[in-house]
Design a protein around this ligand. Structure first.
Ligand code: SF4
Length: 373
């Protein structure tokens, strides 16, 4: 149960954005913040791309983006869309025909910059195709590919230039009576990104897609994204997020959820609270948590589990979690259920037993949720 009404210091007041639909996923307004990722296979490798889409969806991706660089990719996109359980966003650059083909192929959203897909007539054709096929559009401003006239005006990529670029693209869509769009203003620099996003958040009520572009590898990119996206989300800015990592898309989804979970903005699966361990630990905390993370990947119900090495912090943490285990020494520890001390358990049975307890609790929570609906 959320206790935010008695803990105002936990509240995040989300910016009020208008809501759009990306396929069957609502973005903006009071919709949950959607988690996205992007495939890194060749789009023409339909089997490989579909496998990545399925893995990302299984990990919790609400939406998956796929690059459409050529005509063969547009043809492949149709097959990928047909097999995807989640809406597919087509990533389009420069070629207006790809935008039209992607809309015809069933993409739920086109990621384009209206300013870089050709003259006005071509832009109008892409917008018409999006409208005809119920496609939304994401305007994707990127500090690395700002228009020449803005670079000349501002001298370098800066928040003002990025916001101006975003507003110019918004104007093109609005001039064509198209308001089914969201916007991103990404940069690889955290300060530049955060300032640009704050600027665009004030200038429009369009839903915002958050991302720190080219964030880096799994560890460095995760930290950069957590700082950049975390700060913006904390300010209430952001309706959908994509964590960009030089890593498997599944990792991007996991990191995205962890960022949202840390801020209490979205919950999925088991939130494991564990101590770093030290000489006082009554069992091997690190190995145990690694094993539990793998064994509990299939649980989608939001719930909490504390795995703490000793009684210094164990009982206190267990009070606030659905299932808890605290090391006690002499080869055994204490299991806590719903915050209450329940029974002793020997360390060698612990992983299997905790998995059972978590599965049982998840089933109870799901049944309670169904009964409430
Ligand atoms: S909870 Fe106990 S085992 Fe874990 S880090 Fe703290 S003192 Fe060490």
């Amino acid at each position: 149960m959320s206790l935010n009404h008695v803990r105002p210091w936990r509240n995040i007041y989300r910016r009020k954005s208008r809501q759009i639909m990306v396929g069957n996923v609502a973005i903006g307004g009071d919709a949950p913040i959607a988690v996205q990722t992007m495939t890194n296979t060749l789009t023409t490798d339909v089997a490989g791309t579909v496998a990545q889409v399925l893995a990302a969806a299984e990990a919790g991706a609400d939406i998956v983006r796929v690059s459409v660089p050529d005509e063969a990719s547009s043809r492949a996109l149709k097959e990928i869309v047909a097999e995807s359980p989640v809406p597919i966003v087509a990533d389009i650059h420069f070629h207006y025909r790809r935008g039209i083909e992607a809309a015809e192929a069933g993409a739920a959203c086109l990621r384009i910059n209206p300013g870089n897909i050709g003259d006005e007539k071509r832009v109008r054709e892409v917008i018409a195709a999006a409208r005809d096929h119920g496609c939304s559009i994401r305007i994707g401003v990127n500090a690395g590919s700002l228009e020449r006239h803005l670079l000349e005006k501002y001298g370098e990529p800066c928040p003002e230039a990025m916001v101006e670029s975003g507003l110019e693209h918004i104007r093109i869509l609005e001039d064509n009576n198209f308001d089914n769009f969201k916007i991103s203003v990404k940069a690889s620099d955290v300060f530049l990104s955060a300032a640009a996003y704050q600027g665009i958040a004030e200038a429009t009520d369009a839903p915002i897609h958050l991302g720190i572009t080219e964030a880096g590898g799994l560890v460095s990119g995760t930290i950069k994204s957590a700082i950049g996206l975390g700060n913006l989300l904390w300010m209430g800015i952001g309706d959908t997020i994509r964590v960009s990592l030089s890593a498997d898309p599944v990792e991007e989804v996991k990191v995205g959820y962890e960022i949202l979970k840390s801020l209490g903005l979205r919950h999925r699966g088991v939130n494991i609270i564990s101590c770093p361990s030290c000489a006082r630990q009554g069992f091997d905390v690190i190995k145990t948590v690694e094993a539990l993370e793998k064994r509990l990947e299939h649980i989608k119900t939001p719930m909490s589990l504390s795995i703490i090495g000793c009684v210094v912090n164990g009982p206190g943490e267990a009070l606030m979690t659905d299932v808890g285990f605290t090391g006690g020494g002499a080869g055994s520890g204490m299991v806590y259920l719903a915050g209450k001390q329940s029974h002793k358990l020997s360390n060698d049975q612990m992983v299997d037993h905790i998995v059972e307890q978590v599965e049982k609790k998840a089933a109870e929570l799901e049944a309670a949720q169904e009964a409430a609906e």
